[in-house]
Design a binder for this molecule. Structure first.
Ligand SMILES: Cc1ncc(COP(=O)(O)O)c(C=O)c1O
Length: 411
């Protein structure tokens, strides 16, 4: 009697679970989150407090920040902050509408003219973010009969933009102009309406530099449109620190003000007729409220300061060379990094997470980057340096890696 009652209640519970799963329209959410946890891919947000350009309070303690993209430390710069306040006071907290309605304040066009001059391009157009620019500019330039040739390690916003274009997307091997040339040869025998090549100049997760001259020559030879995402070079590399895709190397340069420029927002530098085209045909420009005036103030001030910051840029590159050299001497693999972004390639996700935790315990914030942000088996610690890191900060970073190396793989 007792057995039969408990048997019934067990069957009832199983039935309830099955029915709950069947009727729960969000059962897929639990399933996906459980999968991510099992694969060590579950991410959670952590509250942090910035203390200065390179120090942060996280998990209740002060840490040296090696995760931020504030490569020149401009996010805390006095000139940026005071111009942001000036524009905020003069123009208000918001821009009240899209650029085409009544949000096209004179300060925005002034910043665009300044940027175009610095990029040595005919024109520039400000977008609300780098992600937004990539997901909307690429589809605006392509149609369903276009071919988009995209580097295998391009940023997710480029991948999404290419997918949204509804054209054919082909991936060429990372930073491999020879493979790209093969794909262009093949494409030339087909009837695409147009061919678009898109690459980053400095790759965000690997810190290596794209062979832009070779790709640009291929684009010319095959009559392809060449788009370069200069996000991680803007402020840091190239003439006057204004990026690697200046002048006539690319047809369209997309960049962001959120990294080396220390602020927020993004830009497209291009010809005047392409600017007109985007103003008329690019939904991510047309159907969104213009950036707030304070943000434009930060952008405008950063554009004044960056050309004069050669000393900061050399300091940054010297720190990067020192970190790479010391890590390599300890046996760590830093891939093809040639910039302020230095991946420490570990491979196994759990091991990468334990290294990141070890670093945090030593007061170093350097996060693990794992799939799907990077390919399977390519988990790494991504170090990003700032010109504001002192030799002492860099020394502490190196000592922390040394400590882990001694504990985990002695000898
Ligand atoms: C190469 C690249 N493009 C675009 C973006 C997006 O820029 P934003 O942060 O301005 O949206 C990023 C930043 O994460 C990036 O690394």
């Amino acid at each position: 009697m007792l057995w039969s009652r408990s048997k019934h209640s067990l069957i009832d519970s199983i039935l309830v679970l099955i029915l709950a799963d069947y009727f729960d329209k969000f059962a897929f959410v639990d399933k996906e989150l459980a999968r991510r946890k099992a694969e060590h891919r579950f991410r959670r947000l952590k509250p942090v407090l910035p203390l200065c350009a390179v120090e942060i309070r996280a998990d209740g303690r002060r840490m040296i920040n090696f995760c931020s993209n504030d490569y020149l430390g401009l996010s805390r710069n006095e000139t940026l902050r005071s111009r942001a306040v000036d524009y905020l006071s003069a123009y208000g907290a918001g821009s009240t509408a899209s650029r085409l309605i009544c949000g096209n304040y004179d300060i925005v066009e002034a910043a665009e003219r300044k940027l175009a001059r610095l990029k040595e391009m005919e024109a520039a157009l400000i977008f609300n973010s780098g992600f937004q620019a990539n997901v909307t500019v690429i589809p605006a330039l392509a149609d369903k009969n276009s071919l988009i040739l995209s580097d295998r390690l391009n940023h997710n916003s480029i991948i999404q933009g290419a997918r949204l274009s509804r054209g054919t997307v082909k991936i060429y091997r990372h930073n491999d102009p020879a493979h790209l040339a093969e794909q262009l040869d093949e494409a030339a025998r087909q009837s695409f309406s147009r061919i678009i090549i898109v690459t980053e100049s400095v790759f965000s997760m690997d810190g290596d530099i794209s062979d832009l001259a070779a790709i640009s020559a291929l684009a010319d030879r095959f009559g392809a449109i060449f788009i370069v995402d200069d996000a991680h070079a803007t402020g840091v590399l190239g003439p006057k620190g204004m990026g690697l895709a200046n002048g006539h190397l690319a047809d369209v340069t997309i960049g962001t003000f959120s990294k080396g420029c220390g602020g927020f927002g993004a830009y497209v530098a291009c010809s005047a007729r392409l600017r007109d085209y985007l103003i008329n045909c690019c939904p991510g420009f047309i159907y969104t409220t213009a950036l707030p005036p304070a943000v434009i103030g930060g952008i405008d001030a950063a554009l004044d300061l960056i050309p004069e910051m050669n000393t900061a840029r050399s300091r940054l590159m010297d720190s990067a060379a020192r970190v790479r050299q010391e890590l390599n001497a300890m046996g760590f693999d830093t891939g093809a990094s040639a910039t302020q972004i230095i991946p420490v390639l570990i491979g196994d996700t759990q091991k990468t997470l334990s290294l990141s935790k070890w670093l945090a315990d030593q007061g170093i914030l350097a996060l693990a980057i794992r799939p799907p942000t990077v390919p399977d088996g390519a988990s790494r610690i991504r170090i990003s340096l700032s010109a504001e890191h002192t030799p002492i900060h860099i020394g502490q970073l190196i000592e922390a890696f040394k400590g882990w190396r001694n504990q985990n793989e002695p000898g």
